[in-house]
Design a protein around this ligand. Structure first.
Ligand code: PLP
Length: 471
């Protein structure tokens, strides 16, 4: 006799077989993948159909900031579904307006110097809602081009900005290459700061920041400052390495933009909404961009949502002129209701403070201590709940454990490390020769320790792999 649970599990298995047969998956050769069938999740944990539990050290795709099935977010979603499940973007809607107001009040510089209207509401920023990060970037560039009347946009190598035409053209990693059959023709790339592998021969962070800025200044000069609509960069580079800009760099980019009437666009899709203990990562440096893109953590991805925070001076361009952009689901009420509840939860539970404290007192120190024991760790860097462990064959030469963009057998040493982490019930985020630590911002101190201990143990495998490839 089958129990109810077995019957449910059987039904789930057949759904999984349907996935195998009918779902066309992202970024994959369809015949070469075997996605884990996930049956449920709670907080920082999820489990598969066989009941194997994983601590989600990747926050899915670094979007699940408040964890799986957060009761307040689920309740907000259910309540909104019962009230008004959808409404077109041409109508005004209370939760959409409220989320825009909450975001504008927390946008860079808003509290410091924004002008308030008669109701005391912040009017320095407006918000255009999109379905996710790529179309946020797409629309930020559209706004910048129409506002400046210029076409060109500069973006960094070692970046990811999304997978629509302009966003993937701006992307500075190998995911762009196969998409260059139909690129945006007005994108140029530059090198951002990366002190550990400095392209500028810098010896430390400060020198790297100065030299990277000089390089960018030269690129602007050579491309023609009057042809450039925007410089777009990830405030902290995410998937391409958790690269934190040295102090002074973003301030310098802001000044360079101001010199030439270029708009500064910071992509906060991955690092916004608490990942590094700030509403927006750029707040760490007190820099105020003209446009900010966001998605992911704004509502933990419970319903797809992204957007552009638009400086009032840019928004005003479209007071009398039509903004030629729009989406059927712009500001979808289900997505916005979760966004509103998410911001309230951040504040009630002091999530930003939690991330800053646990990042500085637990995650960073523990990762550095672990790194000290493992010769395969070249560098540990990060902030808040966003860290990278860069693995090398040799600490002296800094040769990566696997080559740039490795696949197949060349990537096997990283595959072995990942398998060792998963065996310990932790789901890691991995890119090239790096392990990233990006757990939900609600992960308990005990669970953080559990995940870090799994990484510690798995780094024995990395040490063995490094030794084997050196031998
Ligand atoms: N920008 C950054 C910095 C990202 O990390 C991502 C996604 O990972 C995107 C843009 C694209 O977001 P989406 O996948 O929601 O389109």
């Amino acid at each position: 006799m089958t129990t109810h649970q077995e019957a449910v599990r059987g039904a789930e298995r057949s759904r999984t077989r349907a996935d195998d047969r009918y779902v066309f998956h992202s970024w994959s050769a369809q015949g070469a993948i075997d996605p884990l069938p996930v049956a449920g999740g709670e907080g920082a944990w999820f489990w598969d159909e066989d009941g194997n539990r994983y601590l989600d050290f990747a926050s899915q795709l670094v979007n699940l900031n408040l964890g799986h099935q957060h009761p307040r977010l689920v309740a907000a979603l259910q309540a909104q579904a019962g009230r008004l499940a959808t409404v077109g973007p041409t109508f005004a809607n209370d939760v959409r307006g409220e989320l825009a107001r909450l975001i504008a009040a927390r946008a860079p510089g808003a509290r410091a110097g924004g002008s308030a209207d008669a109701n005391g509401d912040e009017r320095r920023w407006r918000v255009f809602f999109t379905n996710g990060g790529a179309d946020a970037v797409e629309n930020a560039v559209r706004l910048a081009r129409l506002h400046t009347g210029r076409a060109k946009v500069l973006a960094a190598y070692r970046s990811y900005h999304g997978n629509t035409t302009t966003a993937i053209s701006l992307t500075g990693d190998p995911r762009r290459w196969p998409n260059e059959v139909s690129p945006d023709p007005h994108v140029r790339h530059f090198l951002g700061p990366y002190a550990y592998r400095s392209a500028f021969g810098a010896h430390d962070d400060a020198e790297e920041g100065v030299r990277a800025l000089a390089h960018l200044r030269e690129v602007v000069q050579l491309e023609g400052p009057g042809t450039i609509a925007a410089i777009l960069l990830e405030t902290i580079v995410g998937t391409n390495g958790v690269l934190i800009p040295p102090d002074g760099y973003l301030e310098g980019v802001r000044a360079l933009c101001d010199e030439h009437g270029i708009l500064l666009v910071t992509d906060e899709v991955m690092v916004g909404f608490g990942r590094v203990g700030e509403w927006f990562a750029v707040d760490r440096w007190g820099v105020v961009p003209d446009l900010v893109t966001f998605a992911k953590g704004v509502n933990s991805g419970y319903v797809p949502l992204g957007g552009v925070v638009i400086g009032e001076h840019v928004a005003r361009t479209f007071d009398d002129r039509v903004f030629p952009g729009g989406l059927t689901y712009s500001g979808h009420p289900l997505a916005c209701a979760v966004g509103v509840e998410s911001i309230r939860t951040f504040e009630d539970d002091q999530i930003l403070e939690r991330v800053r404290t646990l990042g500085a007192d637990v995650v960073g120190p523990r990762l550095r201590e672990i790194a000290g024991r493992h010769p395969s760790v070249g560098e540990v860097r990060g902030l808040g709940f966003f860290w990278a462990v860069e693995l090398v064959r040799d600490r002296e030469t800094r040769e990566p454990l696997v080559p740039f963009n490795a696949s197949g057998p060349a990537a096997a040493p990283m595959g072995a490390v990942v398998a060792a982490i998963k065996e310990r019930g932790v789901w890691p985020f991995v890119h090239f020769n790096r392990l990233h630590v990006a757990p939900p911002l609600v992960t308990s101190a005990d669970d953080l320790e559990h995940g870090l201990a799994a990484i510690d143990a798995a780094l024995d495998v990395a040490d063995e792999q490094a030794q084997a490839v050196r031998a």
